[in-house]
Write a protein that binds this ligand. Sequence first.
Ligand code: PBG
Length: 324
Amino acid sequence: MYFPEYRPRRLRRTENLRRMVRETRLSPDMFIYPLFVRSGRGIRQAVPSMPGVFQWSRDTVVHEVKDVHGLGIPAVILFGLPEKKDEIGSEAYASDGVVQEAVKAIKDACPDLVVITDVCLCEYTSHGHCGVLHGREVDNDPTLGLLARIAVSHAQAGADMVAPSDMMDGRVGAIRESLDEEGFHQTAIMAYSAKYCSAFYGPFREAADSAPQFGDRRSYQMDPPNAREALREIQLDIEEGADIVMVKPALAYLDIIRRVREEFDWPVAAYNVSGEYAMIKAAAANGWLDEQRVMMEVLTAIHRAGADMILTYFAKDAARLLSS
Ligand code: PBG
């Protein structure tokens, strides 16, 4: 059936008609809000390259999560800025580390909020790499035990879910085994499975003070031109015990999100990363883009591509808009 019998514009005529045939709907249910925590008291330190994003101390983060919870967002993911860094990232797995203490405080204040913790070494190592070094190489296998210790320490503090973002081979299996050995059968794993070596992480490295001090992450994060390899990474993580798989970043990788959605039955998360946020904020601050409309268009696109969940710094703003 062709024009003039079929006229697609008939169903675009009014907002109510458009609502009836709308294929993709966003909900706060699908948002995960990232939070940066550091030591100290009374801290709410702005991150210059990410307007609206702050570093929080243990006391102030509690107010922030109540706000997040009140907006109907079910989950947060925590990143930590330690007091001291060293070669092997010791504070990452200290029982009184900054993330562990924040998890306890948040779980006390807001028990039904899902608390996810990022499991990685880069914020905690003096060299800023996501694993331990052997010379100038990031050494895979000796890193696995440390990642598993981090995950167990987060579970002991009360985290509902751990999210390894280091991209070492075999880390999901190592973490699952250690969690189970310690009795944390119910602690879920959200794996950063297809995590690309992306320049879109720039602002995050300022927020989390985690830039590598030499070299780059190309030997462990994925090469951006590869798509089939992402499917192998996802497959491996599922076999090793991931409960949720993630594609990261989101916008330049919508094709990957779509392929993962089509090939696997597992819940798929996508990370709308710091650079994707900063670009919109910067353009909006210049009056070059309508921030709210672009934000909703981008989040809708990520969901339409196939993501069940979206980690996004826009979560609060979008949830507010969705409930207005
Ligand atoms: C830690 C980690 C990074 C991000 C999440 N976890 C940075 C990196 O790999 O350098 C990026 C998040 C963002 O850009 O918003 N490995």
